[in-house]
Design a binder for this molecule. Structure first.
Ligand SMILES: C[S@@+](CC[C@H](N)C(=O)[O-])C[C@H]1O[C@@H](n2cnc3c(N)ncnc32)[C@H](O)[C@@H]1O
Length: 207
């Protein structure tokens, strides 16, 4: 089956990370705190964060070419200059990224839409990603993971406890509000639908 022209457009033009080892600092250019938004989907959190933190340099990573392409187009159309989109699997991209201790904040808004057991391998929040985040985050840096699924929240907490290197903030790891003043599409929908949202905030330890 051949790809549709639209799909080809997304695949060919979605912005990609450099090949091999690369520097997030050089990629983002300029100065200012460096932030990651992993799995930004339709991209509302990127737009809101760019506005809330104009001095920050934000790198969004999204595996779906359609959203990486379309969100980059939307950011350009809106004149947003402090966000850079990368298309690909965050686990693979961040393994190649440096330097250590450069990242101040990480957002994972409602990651992991997969429920079937055979799809567990696809889950982005797990040891491989958390190990890279631990390496890339500066001491005192903040990692926010939000979900509307209680079991997932428990799983993410267990994974954070297991890898060490992070201190859980708030009440047993949960905070009441999104501390980054940027809501994702999914968070907006959950709030509109009156669904509970579990928000985990973890602080990167020193050393
Ligand atoms: C349920 S959606 C949430 C989208 C958005 N963060 C929100 O809250 O509206 C999960 C998103 O994570 C992306 N994603 C899943 N695994 C990923 C990975 N390994 N690397 C990058 N993005 C990933 C999916 O393509 C999808 O856009």
């Amino acid at each position: 089956m051949s790809d549709s022209p639209l799909r080809r457009l997304y695949v060919e033009h979605a912005p990609r990370a450099p090949e091999g080892r690369f520097s997030l600092d050089a990629l983002a250019g300029g100065k200012g705190p460096l932030e990651l938004d992993i799995g930004f989907g339709r991209g509302q959190s990127l737009l809101e964060r760019a506005e809330a933190a104009p001095g920050s340099r934000i790198i969004g990573i999204e595996v779906r070419t359609k959203w990486a392409y379309r969100v980059q187009q939307r950011l350009t159309a809106n004149g947003v200059s402090n966000v850079q989109v990368l298309c690909g699997d965050a686990r693979e991209i961040l393994k190649r990224a440096g330097p250590e201790g450069i990242v101040e904040k990480v957002s994972l808004h409602f990651p992991d839409p997969w429920w079937k057991k055979r799809h567990h391998k696809r889950r982005v929040v797990g040891e491989p990603l958390l190990v890279e985040l631990r390496r890339l985050m500066r001491p005192g840096g903040e990692l926010l993971i939000q979900t509307d699924v209680e079991d997932r929240a428990d799983l993410y907490l267990a994974e954070l406890r297991a890898i060490e290197g992070f201190t859980l903030a708030g009440d047993g790891g949960f905070v009441d509000e999104n501390p980054f003043s940027a809501r994702s599409n999914r968070e907006r929908r959950a709030l509109e639908d009156g669904l509970p949202v579990w928000r985990i905030l973890a602080i990167r330890n020193a050393g």
